[in-house]
Design a protein around this ligand. Structure first.
Ligand SMILES: [Fe+2]
Length: 201
């Protein structure tokens, strides 16, 4: 399989008008599950409700009025795996320390644990399921933004565009022991997991 990876120019650099930002996503759920789903996003994202009713709620964690909204609608049925549509949504943390702090907080305070942890190369990523089985990735960029072009040109991602799995407990112990984030974020050598190992939703 031939893989080509590169960082394209931004739309602005190409002289085009594109959106300013990715604003929010809205989840549909059963009418009686709105508080449950909202609560999960508040916990995971350290968010608070901008507006909340038993039928609909808007959650934010920054100066955007809402980053996630949950809408209860009549007739909504249970999640079905492997249908067309959204696979996951990713949130990026400032650094590995913040990502692992969040891993610890969710595990210890809320018994929320990732389904799958992998260093993709460009990112170190943890995949979670919300109570409706929507998949959320919490991640940190492994290289600074200004070095993405250089990273994609070095061939590592081309050789293995999937990644290498990691144990968050081991990574956490190494960070606490004083190893640098630069070292810990570098993808180790190894064999990528089979795609069937990825959590299905
Ligand atoms: Fe992702």
């Amino acid at each position: 399989m031939s893989v080509v990876a590169r960082m394209p120019k931004t739309a602005k650099e190409r002289g085009r008008i594109a959106p300013k930002k990715l604003a929010h996503f809205v989840l549909r759920t059963k009418m009686d599950r709105v508080p449950l789903i909202l609560d999960w996003y508040k916990r995971v994202l350290e968010g608070e409700a901008m507006m909340e009713t038993p039928m609909i709620g808007f959650v934010t964690y920054d100066n955007e009025h809402h980053r996630v909204a949950v809408l209860g609608l009549p007739g909504v049925t249970d999640h079905v795996d492997m249908t067309c549509g959204l696979h996951h949504v990713a949130f990026t943390y400032t650094n590995l320390k913040d990502l692992l702090h969040t891993y610890d907080r969710l595990k210890n305070e809320h018994d929320i644990k990732p389904q799958f942890c992998i260093n993709h190369g460009p990112t170190t990523s943890m995949y979670y399921f919300d109570p409706d089985k929507n998949q959320i990735e919490l991640q940190v960029d492994n290289v600074p933004e200004e070095k993405f072009a250089e990273y994609f040109a070095n061939g590592e991602f081309t050789q293995n565009p999937i990644g290498i799995k990691f144990d968050p407990e081991v990574l956490n112990a190494r960070l606490r022991a004083g190893e640098s984030e630069e070292v810990l974020l570098k993808r180790p050598n190894g064999v990528p997991p089979d795609l069937t190992e990825f959590p299905i939703n």
